[in-house]
Design a protein around this ligand. Structure first.
Ligand code: ADP
Length: 219
């Protein structure tokens, strides 16, 4: 079964900008996809369509053969984790609290984190190297440290699908590669599907099974 399918999907912004045009795309489970293309080619808009943040003005966007817009957000959150490019958090959550947020879709409403949630959070903070500053406020971290906390949050979500929007752009080469290796491990060991926007073509070639090239909103 296809995980995502776009059929002749079109997206236009309110000012008429055609960001995605006539797009046919199939994402199969368990593979690592890279999206590459120049600035303004529609990469972020495409990710938003996959996340259901945007709906195509015509054509279809399906997840597991159902229109993405018809999914309940909480159900989608159990399936899809996002690492955004910009992470605008002004409230001084601690790093550990941020990572715990990844567990929310698994914790019953009005419930509290259980033993397994705590274990997952501790393990992932260790793997991503953020454990030493787990009690620090996210507002006091450097861009790279903040980005690692946000990637840790997405990994803690243990979703089947990881969507990354230039997730390593604020990181130095060593930390960038370390995190992409963790993401690939999630793919190889747990069969996760990864769709990631890449700025760096060399990095994309190193990690991806398939590359999606965009130009002016077209595949
Ligand atoms: P990329 O992620 O590849 O840089 P985007 O998906 O952000 O590309 O943008 C695709 C096109 O849509 C570009 O022409 C961009 O200028 C335009 N665009 C993006 N966001 C908006 C917006 N909020 N309003 C109008 N046009 C937008």
């Amino acid at each position: 079964m296809n995980l995502f399918r776009l059929c002749q999907a079109e997206y236009r912004y309110q000012d008429g900008t055609r960001a995605v045009e006539g797009m046919d795309l199939t994402v199969e489970p368990g593979r690592f996809y890279g999206i590459v293309g120049p600035n303004g080619s529609g990469k972020s808009t495409l990710l938003d369509l996959l996340l259901g943040y945007k709906e195509p003005v015509s054509g279809e966007a399906l997840f597991r053969d159902r229109p993405i817009a018809s999914w309940r957000r909480r159900d989608l959150a159990r399936e899809i984790a996002l690492v955004p490019q910009e992470f605008a958090l002004t409230f001084p959550f601690s790093v550990e609290e941020i990572v715990f947020m990844g567990r929310y879709p698994h914790i019953p409403r009005f419930g509290t984190p259980g033993q397994r949630d705590r274990e997952v959070v501790a393990r992932i903070m260790e793997q991503t190297g953020i454990r030493p500053y787990r009690d620090r406020s996210i507002t006091e971290l450097s861009g790279g440290e903040k980005q690692r906390a946000v990637i840790a949050r997405a990994l803690a979500q243990e979703a089947n699908v990881l969507l990354l929007d230039e997730a390593t752009s604020n990181l130095d080469i060593k930390h960038g590669l370390q995190l992409l290796h963790l993401v690939r491990e999630r793919q190889k060991l747990h069969g996760a599907t990864v769709v990631s926007v890449f700025h760096d073509l060399n990095q994309a070639l190193r990690f991806c099974d398939e590359l999606i090239f965009l130009k002016q909103g077209r595949l």
